[in-house]
Unconditional design. Structure first.
Length: 196
């Protein structure tokens, strides 16, 4: 059983390494300033504050609130998972792509906390307002790509982060709906009681 797990882990690492080789999608050169800005501003979830502000100004306050809540819940979950899963960052310290970032993270590589937060915000937005998602989704994808392009994460770190963030947003939506159903049920019961 252990042998199977180790083989699977080795295959995953091999897939990660192969996908990070110099290519048109992920060259080792310095990234476009927009990619760098996406990575830097998304640190700690800061990017999503002005995005939520824009949504609120556009009359989508409820969507902005739900998206920010999902991101706020997802971020510590990502950090907790990284404390359990100890994974080294890609060995790219000398690459111009990595040197483009002012940060030099040494925490566990899995999951990408940038991706976790971005996916939670984006998924919550999409679940609440499809029109808003057209604006937010490209930003989510840009942040996720920036973590690969700047070589601070393996592809599976980013994919895992996106999945975790999406699950958090879905769970939040499910809990919200359950609470609304319970509140509606209580109101209906309260309306029926006086007449019985």
């Amino acid at each position: 059983m252990n042998g199977d797990y180790e083989n699977g882990d080795d295959e995953l690492e091999e897939l990660d390494e192969d996908s990070l080789h110099n290519s048109e999608a992920l060259p080792t050169s310095r990234p476009n300033p927009i990619v760098i800005a996406a990575s830097v501003t998304a640190r700690g979830g800061v990017l999503w504050l002005p995005v939520a502000g824009v949504l609120a100004l556009a009359g989508k306050k409820k969507t902005a609130k739900r998206a920010l809540t999902a991101a706020a819940v997802a971020m510590p979950i990502g950090h907790l998972i990284s404390l359990v899963v100890h994974r080294q960052r890609p060995p790219a310290a000398t690459m111009p792509a990595r040197q483009a970032l002012p940060e030099h993270p040494d925490s566990s590589s899995f999951p990408s906390k940038h991706a976790v937060t971005a996916a939670a915000f984006g998924t919550a937005t999409a679940l609440d307002d499809r029109a808003a998602a057209v604006f937010v989704t490209p930003l989510v994808l840009l942040v996720a790509y920036s973590r690969l392009r700047t070589r601070v994460h393996w592809p599976t770190d980013v994919l895992g982060g996106l999945a975790i963030g999406a699950v958090v947003a879905l769970a939040q939506t499910g809990m919200g709906r359950s609470a609304r159903v319970r509140a509606t049920s209580r109101r209906l019961v309260a309306m029926v009681r006086p007449s019985s």
